[in-house]
Design a binder for this molecule. Structure first.
Ligand code: ADP
Ligand code: MG
Length: 504
């Protein structure tokens, strides 16, 4: 009966390496007796074996120890080379204790005596189950590696686009200056080409950055108990039986604030590193406690530990001592922990295991105002609605104003601006591009003022286009700025209209 469970969906392909057809039949009867849903193939020499590995693709191999002209050990070696995951069981009439031990050491999954083979079905079942668990573990590991590669890619992209935006800045400004200082139409044209390239590059950097930001998930408040439960669940498939896993949670109600999924990924990375550091078993501990104002999370193992050289490079991207490692697990752990305002540290010695400790701030009470934390900038989080058709300018302005402590809201045309206005209420200042054609600034502003907006407006004029002030109610603060826009003039204008607003 027990075999039914593992062979429910697909037939198990059993390969015999056996010179005696009668012996193979006997084993087959035993397996069929135990309801193994299987198909069988028998080979008796190297050529047959190689063909079967390539064509039949066995799920399990049952091999005799000695055959004329071919030994079970050779067979084992060939199977291990060709299909290292496939379980291999010796079934022999002559196996001795020492031979059995050697066979297991060479990578056989089990050995069974031919004529006392009552335990054959159970052994086959166990070998198949273990192979499946191992395959599942490797799949989970590959998945983890894939997310780590993505992680590093977004790290790279974020850094790159940030640098690119800085490098491209002059390209956005200088061509305008050149064009202004010369009457040479060719030069003006060339300047326009350079400006266009700068804008395109800037847009690319911008979209790269927003892609990366989009892949970041939001923060939330969660219980560590839930987090631990999830980690244990995810880890289960990867825990060899030789590794003992224990969780200790001092207070089940302790909470953390941050990105749940990322922290889960971080703990999982650390636990998997620990498992990999304990090839011959050991103990893995996951603990959480509160120390003063901080939560302490610990992942500790009794594995191989690390020498000085490894310790020094641990958090360097792509540093790994594993043949199939990515060297990104700990990099991403550190980014995640530091992103939550915490620290990660490690203590380890060769042969004495490893202990990773993470200190994270307890979530502050929602009413906490965190005095003294406000950055010293002119802006105080005033909401500034920026309406510009040109996406590059729009995001430039947004970033620039955000860097001054304002809260910009971006809209690429009048309709979008009205949507923002309707959804998030009155801004403190509105900055409008006067060159928008479709839903021009005058129309936008008069609609806003008709809807009750009384705040100041800054119009970024394209020179010739006159603006009809009469569409605005009396007493409204309106400031005009020329194109090309100078950031410092914009900052000054914003600060100025805000102060006039509060002086009224
Ligand atoms: P990877 O696991 O892909 O190698 P990591 O960034 O997760 O990348 O780890 C980097 C290196 O740090 C590992 O290759 C290993 O040498 C070392 N290491 C990490 N955790 C442990 C641990 N618990 N025990 C021993 N060595 C570790
Ligand atoms: Mg790792």
């Amino acid at each position: 009966m027990p075999l039914r469970a593992i062979s429910r969906d697909a037939k198990v392909r059993v390969l015999f390496i056996e010179d005696s057809p009668e012996d193979a039949e006997l084993i087959r009867f035993q397996l069929e007796d135990a309801h193994l849903n299987a198909e069988y193939l028998r080979v008796e020499d190297e050529e047959g074996l190689r063909e079967a590995l390539a064509g039949f693709k066995p799920d399990i191999v049952l091999s005799d120890l000695s055959m004329p002209g071919f030994s079970g050990h050779d067979a084992l070696q060939i199977v291990r080379e060709h299909s290292p995951q496939v379980p291999f069981i010796f079934v022999s009439g002559t196996i001795g204790e020492d031979v059995a031990v050697a066979a297991l050491r060479e990578g056989a999954s089990d050995y069974i005596l031919k004529h006392s083979s009552a335990r054959l079905p159970a052994a086959v079942e166990r070998a198949l189950r273990e192979a499946r668990t191992e395959a599942e573990r490797q799949r989970a590991e590959r998945e983890l590696m894939r997310t780590q590669r993505l992680e590093s890619l977004s790290l790279l992209a974020a850094g790159l686009s940030h640098d690119l935006r800085n490098i491209l800045q002059p390209l956005l400004i200088v061509p305008d200056l050149i064009a202004q200082r010369s009457d040479d139409p060719r030069l003006k044209q060339l300047a326009a080409v350079v400006a266009e390239c700068g804008r395109r590059g800037h847009e690319m950097a911008e979209s790269m950055l927003s892609f990366v930001r989009g892949s970041r998930r939001a923060s939330e408040r969660f219980r560590i108990a839930d987090l631990f439960r999830a980690v244990e669940l995810l880890l289960k498939g990867s825990l060899p039986r030789t590794v003992e896993f224990e969780q200790k949670l001092e207070d089940p109600d302790v909470e953390l604030h941050g990105n749940y999924t990322e922290l889960q990924q971080c703990l999982l990375n650390l636990c998997l590193n620990s498992v990999q550091a304990m090839p011959s078993g050991g103990r893995l501990e996951l603990t959480a406690g509160v120390r003063g104002e901080r939560v302490v999370l610990v992942v500790a193992d009794t594995g191989v530990g690390m020498d000085e050289h490894t310790l020094a490079q641990l958090f360097t991207p792509f540093f790994t001592t594993k043949s199939d490692g990515t060297g990104l697990g700990l990099v991403s752990c550190r980014r995640i922990i530091e992103g939550m305002g915490g620290q990660i540290s490690v203590a380890s010695r060769p042969g004495e295991g490893t202990r990773f400790e993470m200190l994270l701030p307890l979530p502050s009470e929602p009413v906490d105002e965190e005095p003294g934390m406000a950055p010293v900038v002119p802006g105080q989080g005033e909401r500034i609605l920026i309406v510009f058709r040109d996406g590059t300018r729009l995001s430039l302005l947004g970033n620039a104003l955000a860097s001054q402590g304002y809260a910009p809201e971006l809209a690429s045309d009048g309709a979008a601006a009205l949507r923002v206005f309707a959804e998030s209420g009155e801004p403190d200042v509105v900055v409008v591009d006067n060159s928008i054609a479709l839903f021009p600034a005058a129309a936008l502003l008069s609609t806003m003022y008709e809807s009750g907006y009384r705040g100041p407006a800054i119009l970024v004029g394209d020179g010739g286009k006159a603006f009809d002030r009469s569409v605005l109610p009396d007493g409204v603060v309106l400031e005009m700025l020329p194109q090309p826009l100078d950031m410092h003039r914009l900052f000054a204008a914003v600060a100025e209209v805000l102060s006039r607003r509060s002086a009224r």
